[in-house]
Write a protein that binds this ligand. Sequence first.
Ligand code: COA
Length: 275
Amino acid sequence: MTSSSLLPQGAIALDTKAARLVAGYETTPHGKIGHLRFNFPDKHNVIDLEGWQGIAYVMHQLAALDDIRLIILRGVGGKTFVAGADISQFEEVLAGPEGTEFDIATVAAFDAIAQCPIPTLAAIEGYCLGGGLGLAAACDLRLAREDARFGIPAGKLGLAYPANATQHLSTLVGPAHAKRIIFTADRLPIDEAERIGLVQHRASAENFETALQNLAESICAKAPMSLRASKFILDNPHAEAAQVKKRLADCLASEDYAEGRQAFLQKRDPIFKGK
Ligand code: COA
């Protein structure tokens, strides 16, 4: 199967440098949507060292595209988002004092997603476990199918969960729920994941594609500089005032702000350019 066939129709595939990753972008009436897909469906899309190393590379490529409005992370095959890191590799790459290359790669992957200036969305079907939950938690939003299951089995393996992924989870659900998830390694069903704020949107299996499409369209139709400014402000509560002011000033000076005002007065939908 070619990479393009695993992406939405018409999408342009990008090199990922990793066999288990597929990436590309599609051009929509509201700018581009980037896609990063985890592709090892026979083994629940588990990610190997090469895959973890490829994630940052792909995220940087996607974020650098002209007029990119949203990046969607998703598993291939419809059965699982990602069931974590590939445990079958651990003996080789995550053992002993030197076995930190894997940890460095996972931390870099979570950081690349969390620090991406473009809005990110995890589209979650089935299992979202271990590092898979770390990937989802690093995204801005999570849309989950109703059969999704969330958990962190690090305590069953005797591993320390990566520091940044632990903090992302805690920021999302609070430290008490983060501890509960890690201490018990329970697989949370969708109701509970939604209740504690892990999931922002849910959809039945029949409605999942439509829900994903509608959500993506809604985000992409908004003024990109406006969303990026808010993302920066929310993610950097201690940012210097000058950095925040610059983003607000850039929005005020943008063509999109003029278009937004005009569209409102003319009672029509705005068409934003990201400029
Ligand atoms: N690493 C390596 N292989 C994995 C894996 C992982 N994280 N998760 C699943 N697999 C493999 C299984 O070993 C199995 O391989 P096999 O066909 O050679 O036996 C294959 O994927 C299918 O998984 P299986 O367990 O048979 O499917 P299931 O539907 O019964 O259960 C899971 C699915 C995801 C609940 C279960 O596989 C599981 O708990 N995986 C481990 C998740 C985990 O601990 N992740 C954190 C890693 S740090």
